[in-house]
Ligand binder design. Sequence first.
Ligand SMILES: Nc1ncnc2c1ncn2[C@@H]1O[C@H](C[S@+](CC[C@H]([NH3+])C(=O)[O-])CC(=O)[O-])[C@@H](O)[C@H]1O
Ligand SMILES: O=C(O)C(=O)Cc1ccccc1
Length: 242
Amino acid sequence: MNNLLDRIYAEPHAEVSGFAFDDAVARVFPDMIRRSVPGYTTIIPMIGIIASQYAQPHTELYDLGCSLGASTLAMRHGVDQPGCRIVGVDNSDAMLERCRKYIDADSSSVPVDLLLDDIRSVPVANASVVTLNFTLQFIPLEDRLALLSQIADGLNPGGVLILSEKLVFEDGEQSVLEELHYDFKRANGYSDLEISQKRTALEDYLVPETLGQHRERLLAAGFSRVVLWYQCFNFCSLLAIK
Ligand SMILES: Nc1ncnc2c1ncn2[C@@H]1O[C@H](C[S@+](CC[C@H]([NH3+])C(=O)[O-])CC(=O)[O-])[C@@H](O)[C@H]1O
Ligand SMILES: O=C(O)C(=O)Cc1ccccc1
């Protein structure tokens, strides 16, 4: 992984434009996500552990919104079943181009196909593990149920979706957990200006929901059980079992 520092919102912007997964973000992404998402550095290796338990022989594992391939690589090293293939999908050219380099430089022989595409139009079939690691939050609300239903339909019995998301909470809890998230960012070297400009840039693009909304929709999409396996402040990861 590269070690370029995220300074995207360090200087004052006359007007903060909307966040985009462009070249500037892709270049600093490992630093940005590690310093911005509490628990990210724990969640990635655990995706490897979960993939190793749930991968079924001769099936597909999907990483939807794969960015630079951190979860793809964790799954690639976790699976020890024969005949597995991993499909990584992202619609950012800047991300996928760099992802390809990381995958090519990695020594595992588990096949990986990378697709530059919208995750809403990629068919999921014969799947045992699907990962949406902080990606569903960027999909328009009205498209989320259809996407999750398509994933549930493409999973084999006993297959799982790993769904990691930023959450919102009811009144009292929201401000407590949001402040702790900002403290986490400050402790990682972000200034109040950086925190506030990025918050503006993400408004209307990263749309978080409550844990209850996620649970209900996953059940409506066809999953039989939803397990909260990780939470740190206002970020969580769920295991949805078909
Ligand atoms: N409709 C879409 N179709 C395809 N890709 C999309 C779409 N919308 C957004 N993306 C992609 O989803 C990714 C979200 S980042 C995932 C981190 C990664 N999972 C990780 O484990 O490191 C999370 C974050 O930055 O908070 C970006 O690469 C987008 O281009
Ligand atoms: O930075 C934030 O406030 C976030 O919610 C997480 C994030 C991390 C990387 C890109 C976009 C959002």
